[in-house]
Design a protein around this ligand. Structure first.
Ligand code: AFP
Length: 282
């Protein structure tokens, strides 16, 4: 299955990297389904991904973070692909790393249907993480993704990446975040989900949190395009995930393609504390 997507991911990575390098960064007049003003670059990247995924006959439907509705490609296909063509695009003008995220679902939308996920990170190097039964790191070399190594999380890391506006955090969330700093954890947060989680994965562990906040009780990050793909990767890499409740995140019923959820991803040690604190305060 990875082979079906590898070539397509290569083409997407090369074309998006080129678009980031040369394209005009002006704002378009449009707003996307999440209410963000769309950058010209977002629209360009969305078009690139749509065009490349359209070449795969086994894809049934695609849904983009940039488009309100899903799009049927082949009624006999079995894969449903949700993608964020350029996550963290507001970071491009300050030249920080950004990424493309893909959730690969079979037979329908929703976490239970997820069978693989993948992201591409555009940084000093272009890399890809592909997760199915293992989490694999690839490096783009001469327009081809070369396998580098398998990624496994350690039991415990030393990175703390807390998302959202502190002013709107719940008091127990702040206590949890502070407890890790008090233990020597270091703050690593760029505001791009892809580089922030890539760092935790590659350095072996830590905690990324985007909690329910006073202004966004359902979180900010989108389930199909951002939350489930990373949840899948962290599970396969030996980490833990949560939406802040006792429910199994990968069994939540599907609601809306643009639905959001609070999310927590990390290695086992940090996630154990997170779950205990959230359970106590539920
Ligand atoms: P943009 O695509 O608007 O730059 O947002 C990026 C993002 O969706 C995700 O990549 C980050 O983890 C998250 O937002 C950061 O949000 P906060 O700035 O509220 O922490």
């Amino acid at each position: 299955m990875q082979n079906i997507f590898l070539e397509t991911m290569q083409s997407i990575a090369v074309r998006i990297q080129d678009a980031i390098d040369v394209k005009d960064m002006g704002y378009s007049q449009h707003e996307n389904s999440s209410g963000d003003t769309q950058l010209q670059l977002d629209i360009q990247c969305d078009f690139i991904v749509e065009e490349e995924l359209s070449k795969i006959p086994s894809i049934h439907t695609i849904a983009s973070e940039e488009k309100e509705h899903a799009m049927l490609l082949n009624k006999d296909g079995k894969y449903f692909i949700a993608y964020d063509p350029l996550d963290g695009s507001s970071l491009v003008d300050v030249n920080l790393s950004v990424g493309s995220i893909f959730g690969i679902y079979e037979g329908g939308w929703g976490a239970q249907h997820m069978i693989a996920s993948c992201y591409i990170i555009y940084g000093p190097r272009v890399e890809m993480i592909f997760a199915q039964n293992k989490v694999k790191l690839f490096l783009l070399q001469n327009n081809l993704f070369e396998f580098v190594k398998e990624i496994r999380l350690k039991e415990k890391g030393n990175i703390n990446a807390p998302g959202g506006t502190q002013q709107n955090w719940l008091p127990y969330h702040k206590e949890m975040v502070d407890s890790f700093f008090a233990e020597g954890y270091r703050l690593r947060y760029s505001g791009g989900m892809v580089p922030d989680l890539h760092q935790i994965l590659l350095k072996g562990g830590g905690l990324f949190s985007y909690p329910p906040t006073a202004d966004r009780p359902e979180g900010k990050l989108r389930k199909l395009f951002e939350v489930y793909p990373f949840a899948f990767i962290f599970k396969v890499a030996g980490g833990e995930i949560s939406d802040g409740t006792n429910k199994d995140m990968m069994n939540l019923p599907h609601d809306h393609i643009h639905g959001t959820s609070p999310c927590f991803f990390g290695s086992k040690y940090e996630m154990k504390r997170m779950k205990e604190i959230y359970k106590k305060n539920a």
